[in-house]
Design a protein around this ligand. Structure first.
Ligand code: ZN
Length: 396
């Protein structure tokens, strides 16, 4: 067929895409189309544990293969390469990708499948193009190698990075493709553009699978859930505006607010995808606390104090808004009062919760809420039932 996956008895997985990229629809028998690529991707990527395939075989070279790498000589992949093949290679993360259509030998330097400092290391990919069998120019047409299926490999061994590893040549292309599919976020409310079914989660505790924490048990580290659409705050996501990032920790990062209230309005965000403070695992919470105290110290040195708020409503990725205010212009008592007064005016019930009460004791995961924290540790909380003004925190 045009596409498929072959799994050997050894566990070796070989994916293939047959023919050339179709220039018209319907694709002729000797061609593949975007649909073939999408279906091949879907059949593999739908497996949650999918890490990549061992080998990918395609006829055309991928478009832009030499980007960040060594030159492909006389072959100009931007003329002959297939963007669909690049997209497939970027998603399937083959350890070896072979193509032969250009009748030339080219071995690209290995490239990474992860973003350094933002994602945990993954195995590298190697693109190798071979010439036609028995060609008179004696260009290389055989490639001998031994390979242990990735499913049999020690994870640490698998992700070892060779010294000559380069950046991923296809990321930019993927990013561009994603950008053209999704509209740019509005300045202030990117979250409102997510697919988000509020009713689905409201008031219900998420199903417990044993790994989830009970009320009395300490929170266990677990893999953050994946976003349902593109996320502008997952640090690994191509949507993140990296020029706004100020500091990156192990579990959290700090970014300037886009369209901030003040030039030093910052956000504390988890690197992985978490919806709210309530969903954070304990190691992430610990780092949030560290960031808070570092910011408190920092702003103090600038003659300021901060007020922090979170709106877990119509937002998909936790954003702790940290807004600094000059010490000589308001006391924390005054800040608190203005929140309470504004809330009263809009008939929002903003309750003070005891200082040493953790927010997870007040609200369950999945419940929408708005929450304010002062640098004194005082906390105000509103459980959102029905509608809530999205700009409430900002306007106060
Ligand atoms: Zn996210």
């Amino acid at each position: 067929g045009r596409r498929g996956l072959y799994s050997g008895a050894s566990g070796l997985q070989i994916a293939y895409l047959s023919g050339t990229e179709a220039q018209q629809e319907p694709a002729p028998a000797y061609s593949f189309s975007a649909k073939d690529v999408a279906e091949l991707k879907m059949s593999l990527l739908s497996t949650p544990s999918f890490k990549g395939v061992d080998i990918l075989l395609t006829s055309p070279w991928p478009w832009g293969a030499e980007t960040f790498g060594n030159s492909a000589g006389e072959i100009d992949t931007k003329k002959c390469g297939s963007k669909l093949v690049s997209d497939l290679a970027a998603s399937l993360k083959p350890r070896y990708h072979f193509a032969a259509l250009e009748k030339a030998y080219y071995e690209r330097l290995p490239y990474r499948n992860h973003t350094v400092l933002q994602e945990s290391p993954q195995h590298v990919s190697r693109f190798i193009a071979l010439a036609e069998v028995g060609n008179p120019g004696k260009k290389k047409y055989l490639y001998a190698f031994s390979i242990v299926p990735m499913s049999m490999m020690d994870p640490a061994e698998l992700v070892k990075q060779p010294q000559d590893v380069t950046e991923n040549p296809y990321r930019k292309l993927q990013k561009a493709a994603q950008k053209s599919r999704t509209p740019l976020p509005a300045e202030e409310e990117p979250a409102s553009q997510f697919f988000f079914d509020l009713k689905k989660h409201q008031g219900k505790k998420r199903p417990s699978d044993g790994k989830e924490r009970g009320n009395s048990q300490p929170k266990q580290a677990r893999k953050p859930p994946q976003p349902t659409g593109p996320c502008w705050f997952c640090l690994a996501s191509p949507e993140v505006e990296k020029h706004l990032v100020v500091s990156i920790g192990t579990h959290c990062y700090l970014a300037l607010a886009k369209g901030g209230l003040l030039p030093d309005h910052v956000l504390i965000l988890p690197i992985g995808h978490y919806q709210s403070v309530v969903d954070l695992s304990s190691d992430v919470v610990e780092e949030v606390i560290k960031y808070k105290s570092a910011l408190k110290e920092f702003f103090k040195s600038k003659g300021k104090r901060y007020v922090l708020f979170e709106r877990n409503y119509r937002s998909q990725h936790l954003q702790l808004q940290v807004v600094p205010l000059p010490l000589d212009q308001c006391t924390s008592e005054e800040i608190k009062e203005s929140f309470i007064a504004q809330a009263e005016e809009q008939q929002i019930e903003l309750l003070e919760i005891p200082e040493h009460t953790d927010i997870t004791q007040v609200v369950q995961s999945g419940t929408p809420y708005f929450y304010v924290e002062l640098d004194t540790g005082e906390k105000l909380f509103h459980r959102i039932r029905g509608r809530f003004p999205l700009h409430f925190g900002r306007s106060v």
